[in-house]
Design a protein around this ligand. Structure first.
Ligand code: TYD
Length: 188
């Protein structure tokens, strides 16, 4: 089973994906918690772009995120799924669609590039108002400003193939909502 968690910077993805992983392990499920950008060379380069120590243009960025995704899928995600693990992943194709379309890259082109990307069984969208998310995001990355996050939010809303989680609530309430979505799909 392949679960993806999407959302704005500061929406609580990291906290919630860890909580999902801990709960699944308690349930006796073999689990891989992972995310994009990955930890390979491309992912490390992307982290530098995100903190502003390397520069590139939006189209190149879309290609790099996509290349990083291909590597990550082949080397980490597919092997884990083949071992019967539940893969819980922070960000995936919809991040490139939302963020790089917000940077004026053509969404159709991004979708075309990402045709190789296997479809998740479940994608959760942590829906938090951009003004709240931006206040909470504090890693100093280039995309963490209100105006850009508002654009990204509008692009996420247009995508539509995700289950919406109300991320404006408390951490416990959000996890409760996530659990209620995942639990019936675990095939117990
Ligand atoms: P983020 O989830 O903030 O990672 P971390 O918590 O480790 O800093 O993701 C990094 C940033 O990269 C975030 O601003 C979204 C952006 N991003 C894209 O612009 N396109 C993509 O395809 C992906 C995967 C992420």
């Amino acid at each position: 089973m392949f679960i993806v968690v999407e959302g704005l910077d500061g929406c609580g993805k990291t906290t919630q994906t860890k909580a999902i992983r801990d709960w699944l392990i308690q349930e006796g499920k073999k689990t891989l918690l992972t995310g994009e950008p990955s930890n390979n060379q491309l992912g490390l380069f992307l982290r530098e772009v995100l903190i502003g120590t390397q520069k590139t243009d939006p189209k190149t960025l879309a290609l790099l995120f996509t290349a990083d995704r291909y590597w990550h899928l082949e080397k980490e995600v597919k092997p884990a799924l083949e071992e019967g693990k539940i893969v819980v992943m922070e960000r995936y194709v919809n991040s490139t669609i939302a963020y790089q379309t917000a940077q004026e890259v053509d969404g159709k082109w991004i979708r075309e590039l990402n045709r190789f990307a296997i479809k998740p069984d479940l994608t959760l969208f942590m829906d938090m108002k951009p003004e709240i998310a931006t206040q909470r995001a504090d890693s100093g990355e280039i995309f963490e400003n209100m105006e850009f996050q508002e654009k990204v939010y509008q692009e996420y809303i247009k995508i539509g193939d995700m289950i919406r989680i109300d991320a404006n609530k408390t951490r416990e309430q959000v996890f409760h909502e996530i659990k209620a979505v995942i639990e019936p799909r675990l095939g117990k």
